[in-house]
Design a protein around this ligand. Structure first.
Ligand SMILES: [Zn+2]
Length: 446
C-alpha cells in the first residue's frame, strides 16, 4: 500500500459494520482500506489523529434549492456549498426550481453546470424538472445525467415551474418509467388546499389550517395508485403528515417502488412553539404538531421513512414577511441539519449510526451514488465529517454561511460540532476556514 497518502485515525469511526476504533487509509481521493486502530502509518503518508471525535461519512443532501443562476440574491452555489461543508455535508443535489432558468431542458442544465463548476465547495448533482409541457425533454435530461425529475402536484410558488394535474402526472410518470428513472414529488393535493380555510395573517394556527394533513394524504394516495399502475419508481419529498404513514407502509408492503424523505424541521420543531408572525418557520407542507412529530420519528425508526434531507430553500429576508399567507415558504437549514437532527435523535434514543444511515447512506443510495458515497468503506470517495457529538453550541445566525442569515434555529442550543469536513481526502473546511472550491459536478451513473 505504498500509494497511501493520508491516514485518518479515530477511536470512533462509523462504518457499515458499526462504530469502532479504526485507521482509514486514503489513496487518490478514495478510501483504500479501513484498518485496525493500531495499524502502522505507511511511509510517506500523513497521519491525522482525531482522538475521540467521531469520523463519519460526509452527508449527502439530496434536497437543496441553490437558486443559482437567476435568484442569487436568495442563495448561490458559493454560499450554499460553503454552508453545507461547514455542516458536514459533502454532496448535494440541487432542485430544478427557483433558479432561472429552471433545470427543465438540457440547455438549462448546461447553464446551471457552468455556473456551479466555478463555485462548488462540495460535490454537486442536479435534479431535472417535470413540467406540463416538457415531456419531450425528460429522456434527454436523463441521458445528460440528472438524478431524476421533480414534479409539483400543487402550485410551486414560482410561475416558471407550473404543477402537474393527475393526467399530466401520469404522462410524465409513464415517460420516466420508460427509462426506469426516478420521479420525486411535492405531494399536496391542490383541490384539498383550495377547500381549506385560507385566513392569512400572522397566526401560525391559521397557516397550519390552510395546509392540512389531508392535502398530503390525498396526493400521496393518488401517487401510490399511479406508481402501482405504471410500475414506476417514485419518491415522496418532505413528508410532514404522519397520517400518510399507514398508506406508505402498506404500499411498501405491496412492493410499490416508493421511497420517502422528511426534513430536520419536521423532526425538531413543532407548531406549538412557532411564534405568530415568525415566518422563518414557514415551509410547505408545514411544521406540524408535536404528536405528529413523534410519529415521524417512529416511522424513521421502522423504515417507513427512508431518509432525512434539508429542503434548504432560502429567500431574501424581506420576503419573510409576518403574514404567513404571503411570506416566502422555505427553511434554511443546510449548515445546521446534522446538529439539529442529532440533538433530537439522541434524546429519543437513536444513535449517530442511525443519523448517518438517514442522512448519508440512504440518500446516496436514493440517487444511485451508493457505490461512491454514503459510507466509510474501501473504494468509496474519501468524504468525511469529523464531529464532536457531545459538544454543544448556541445557533448564532451571524455564524451561518448561507447568503441570507435567516434561520428558524436561531438561539437554539444544539449538540454536535463539526470540527472539519473532508472531500476526496482533502480538508475543505476547518474551524470556519475554507479552501478554494474543490467540488466536482456529479452525473447519474447508468
Ligand atoms: Zn424543496
Amino acid at each position: 500500500m505504498s500509494d497511501i497518502e493520508l491516514v485518518l485515525r479515530s477511536t470512533r469511526v462509523i462504518t457499515p459494520e458499526g462504530t469502532r476504533a479504526a485507521t482509514v487509509a486514503v489513496a487518490g481521493g478514495r478510501i483504500a482500506a479501513v484498518l485496525p486502530y493500531e495499524a502502522d502509518v505507511p511511509p510517506g503518508a500523513r497521519l491525522e489523529d482525531f482522538g475521540d471525535d467521531v469520523l463519519l461519512p460526509g452527508l449527502v443532501d439530496t434536497h437543496v434549492h441553490v437558486n443559482d443562476p437567476g435568484r442569487t440574491e436568495w442563495e448561490g452555489f458559493w454560499t450554499a456549498t460553503r454552508a453545507a461543508a461547514a455542516g458536514g455535508i459533502t454532496t448535494l443535489v440541487d432542485m430544478p426550481l427557483n433558479s432561472l432558468p429552471p433545470t427543465t431542458t438540457v440547455g438549462h442544465l448546461r447553464t446551471k453546470r457552468e455556473v456551479a463548476a466555478r463555485k462548488a465547495h462540495i460535490d454537486v448533482g442536479f435534479w431535472g424538472g417535470a413540467l406540463p409541457d416538457n415531456v419531450k425533454d425528460l429522456r434527454p435530461l436523463h441521458d445528460a445525467g440528472v438524478f431524476g425529475f421533480k414534479a409539483f402536484l400543487s402550485p410551486s410558488g414560482v410561475d416558471e415551474f407550473p404543477h402537474l394535474d393527475q393526467e399530466r402526472l401520469a404522462r410524465s410518470m409513464a415517460e420516466i418509467a420508460g427509462f426506469d428513472g426516478l420521479l420525486i414529488v411535492h405531494a399536496e393535493d391542490p383541490h384539498h388546499l383550495d377547500s381549506a380555510p385560507q385566513r392569512g395573517g400572522p397566526e401560525y394556527a391559521h397557516f397550519l389550517a390552510s395546509r392540512p394533513r389531508g392535502a398530503e394524504d390525498r396526493a400521496i394516495a393518488d401517487l401510490i395508485e399511479q406508481a402501482k399502475r405504471l410500475e414506476a419508481r417514485v419518491h415522496v419529498l418532505h413528508l410532514s403528515s404522519s397520517d400518510a404513514l399507514p398508506l406508505i407502509a402498506a404500499a411498501k408492503a405491496e412492493r410499490v417502488r416508493i421511497t420517502v424523505e422528511t426534513c430536520p424541521h419536521y423532526l425538531t420543531l413543532t407548531a406549538e412553539e412557532v411564534p405568530d408572525g415568525a415566518s422563518e418557520f414557514k415551509c410547505c407542507p408545514p411544521i406540524r404538531e408535536a404528536a405528529n412529530q413523534d410519529l415521524l420519528w417512529q416511522a424513521l425508526a421502522d423504515g417507513t421513512i427512508d431518509c432525512v434531507v434539508t429542503d434548504h430553500s432560502p429567500s431574501t429576508a424581506d420576503l419573510k414577511t409576518a403574514d404567513f399567507a404571503t411570506a416566502w415558504g422555505g427553511i434554511s437549514g443546510l449548515q445546521l441539519s446534522l446538529a439539529a437532527v442529532w440533538t433530537e435523535a439522541r434524546k429519543r434514543g437513536h444513535s449517530l449510526e442511525d443519523v448517518v444511515r438517514w442522512m448519508s447512506t440512504r440518500t446516496a443510495a436514493l440517487v444511485g451514488l451508493g457505490a461512491r458515497k454514503g459510507a466509510i468503506e474501501a473504494g468509496r470517495d474519501a468524504d468525511f465529517a469529523v464531529l464532536a457529538p457531545d459538544e454543544t453550541f448556541t445557533v448564532d445566525p451571524a455564524a451561518l454561511q448561507h447568503r441570507n442569515r435567516v434561520t428558524a434555529y436561531a438561539g437554539r442550543t444544539l449538540s454536535g460540532v463539526v470540527r472539519s469536513t473532508w472531500l476526496r481526502g482533502e480538508r475543505i473546511v476547518v474551524e470556519g476556514e475554507f479552501t478554494e472550491p474543490k467540488g466536482q459536478l456529479l452525473t447519474r451513473t447508468p
